[in-house]
Design a protein around this ligand. Structure first.
Ligand code: ADP
Length: 607
């Protein structure tokens, strides 16, 4: 833009300069002309005066004549600083103030003499080689019959005039330069005033082009430039609004896509990946960056998916397919490929939606396994009850002793059935969160003592020593009944799976754990149950919290276990926002450790 301003300034300056120059030259020329004219008139007056005042005489000899006129000429030159020449009608020079007349040639053909010969005053400017300057010659005819007939020529050097003109020109040049400067400054100012809004607009347009939509033009007056500025601002306003809207929509769409449970991939009509959400990245173990803009055949996606994309690209039909992918991990995917059109005709590409069915299938499998397990677990005691009842009916009832032992078995098995059903109901209650947690401050030493007391008989039967280590006045916010059940289940397991004369230790102490959310120290309580029992093999450790999982089925059943105890414990601990872990060594013993927060956060109720 400054180039435009410079050019504008230069144009102004040139125009002003040129006019000043032309005016100057014209003035110098007319100054010179009028000076010469004036000089010429003065010389004409002088000739006329000479004509009337000079004592014109005739002489007998040429020498006398030239002597007379030459002396006059010289006298006149002295008085007027003008060269004076007397020329006879035939062109003979008879007197000259500057030269010897004898050496001068005939002057008849001189232009100024010729003009005077025609009866008027002749005048001419000629360069004099002898005086080395321009001379103005003015000649007038003189008629004094019998005395002098011819011409008087006066000549004056023009050096003075020319010097005057030169001086004048100098002034003109100085004035011109000043004017030039003033014109340049004024022009620059004008050009600046004219171009500044345009520069401003250009800057704003460039900023908008570089996506800075907050740029606005300052000039918004009533003139054309102001209107242009207002138009640019209005354009920027609407652009900013639209871009914001687009950005908002984009971020809305982005957040929807990123929080979707399904993987979404969009492939354009040329087969290039145009969009990929977080779930898709996770499903394929790829990052969006390495895929966007690339052809679907060039990215590392399962080959079956590539086949599906190719099929939709070719036939533009809807495809649904279930497939298992093995990278980055094994997953069962339900893939829907939908052809997408911009308008009815224009083919835009395809949209792939992928649902990870692995978890769903796992849950389905677990559910059916659970049903099978429950049926199996229920079947065993029922079969026993049924078998022994039948035997009794078939006559065994007659034998009082046998009948008693059979009825005892029926009673024990129905007890077991009862426990099993009770545990199952408890578990489903916890899982479905039907009964809300009833938090209250619980005095932990009392609760632990009670629990030990309940199981004391069982322990005594096996001569197992139970020790309780607990800090006095230890309170915890918990659902008391459920907390008791946790400890009861773990303690009864410890007694169950510890041989006679073993030891069981119950410890509770507060611990401080550095919370990762805020650096405040969270207070927690650690409850650990250690036994010197049979222990759990390493391979079984990860599974013992599963429903119905038992390390040794025969022994567990012998101990009256249902296989649901630890599962219930795990769920109850999690309901208290606690953690549960186990360490065990076969033949040495096991330690179950629970860590519970002292204070429960306000529960988040999703229902
Ligand atoms: P169960 O009713 O059979 O005891 P649990 O869910 O309470 O069922 O326990 C699951 C399995 O974990 C048990 O069958 C047992 O094999 C093992 N187990 C639990 N606690 C102990 C322990 N303290 N020592 C050794 N094994 C244990």
């Amino acid at each position: 833009m400054s180039r435009f301003r410079n050019r504008l300034t230069l144009t102004y300056v040139l125009m002003v300069g040129l006019s000043v120059l032309v005016a100057g030259i014209y003035m110098a020329y007319s100054f010179k002309e009028s000076h010469i004219k004036q000089l010429e008139q003065t010389m004409v007056q002088e000739i006329k005066m000479l004509d009337t005042t000079l004592d014109w005489r005739s002489f007998d000899t040429a020498e006398e004549r030239s002597e007379y006129y030459t002396s006059w000429a010289k006298a006149l030159q002295q008085a007027t600083e003008t060269r004076v020449t007397f020329v006879l009608a035939d062109g003979t020079v008879i007197g000259d103030s500057s030269y010897d007349v004898n050496s001068m040639d005939n002057h008849l053909q001189r232009e100024e003499i010729q003009q005077a010969a025609n009866g008027y005053f002749g005048s001419i400017i000629r360069f004099s080689n002898t005086l080395n300057e321009n001379m103005l010659y003015v000649t007038g005819p003189i008629q004094h019959p019998g005395k002098f007939e011819g011409y008087v020529r006066l000549a004056k050097g023009l050096a003075e005039v020319e010097a005057g003109v030169r001086q004048f020109l100098e002034y003109v040049v100085i004035g011109l330069a000043g004017l030039f400067l003033a014109a340049a400054i004024v022009s620059y100012r004008i050009a600046q005033k004219l171009t500044r809004p345009m520069e401003d607009m250009t800057r704003v347009a460039l900023r908008i082009a570089k996506r800075d939509y907050s740029a606005r033009v300052e000039a918004t007056g009533k003139d054309e430039l102001g209107q242009l500025g207002s138009a640019i601002n209005a354009m920027a306003d609407s652009l900013e609004e639209q871009v914001n809207e687009i950005r908002e929509n984009e971020s809305r769409l982005r957040s929807v896509l990123d929080h979707m449970m399904n993987g979404i991939v969009m492939v354009d009509a040329n087969g290039r990946v145009g969009l990929m959400n977080g779930k898709a990245e996770q499903l394929f173990g790829l990052s969006c960056k390495e895929c966007l803009g690339k052809n679907y055949t060039d990215i590392r996606i399962p080959s079956e998916l590539q086949v599906i994309i190719s099929e939709v690209m070719m036939y533009r039909n809807y495809v649904q397919h279930e497939t298992t992918v093995y990278y980055p991990e094994e997953r069962l995917l339900d893939i829907h490929a939908v052809p997408v059109y911009y308008t009815d005709e224009e083919w835009a590409g395809l949209l792939l939606m992928m649902q990870d069915l692995s978890e769903l299938r796992r849950l389905e499998r677990m559910r059916s396994e659970f049903v099978a397990n429950v049926s199996h677990e229920l079947k065993t005691p029922i079969a026993a009850v049924k078998g022994f009842a039948e035997t009794l009916l078939n006559g065994a009832i007659q034998d009082a002793e046998t009948a008693h032992s059979f009825v005892q078995i029926i009673h024990d098995e129905s007890e077991r059935l009862n426990r099993l059903i009770g545990d199952l109901l408890e578990l489903s209650k916890i899982q479905s969160r039907q009964v809300p947690m009833q938090y209250s401050p619980v005095h932990l030493p009392s609760l632990l003592e009670q629990t030990v007391h309940i199981l004391k008989k069982n322990a005594d039967r096996k001569e197992i020593e139970i020790t309780l280590e607990v800090t006095d006045d230890l309170f915890i916010e918990a659902d008391e009944d459920r907390l008791r059940q946790i400890v009861l289940n773990l303690l009864s397991n410890a007694i169950n799976y510890t041989p006679e004369e073993g030891k069981v230790k119950l410890c509770a102490r507060p611990i401080r754990v550095d919370s990762s959310i805020d650096s405040e120290l969270d207070e927690q309580i650690e409850i650990s149950i250690t036994d010197t029992g049979i222990g759990i093999p390493k391979k079984d450790l990860p599974r013992i919290f599963e429903r119905f999982y038992r390390v040794d089925k025969a022994r567990s059943r012998g101990s009256g276990g249902t296989g649901l105890g630890l599962s219930i414990v795990k769920h109850l601990v999690e309901s208290h926002q606690g953690t549960l872990k186990v360490e065990s060594e076969v033949g040495i013993g096991s330690t179950f450790t629970i860590v519970l927060p002292i204070i429960q956060d306000a529960p988040i109720d999703f229902e």
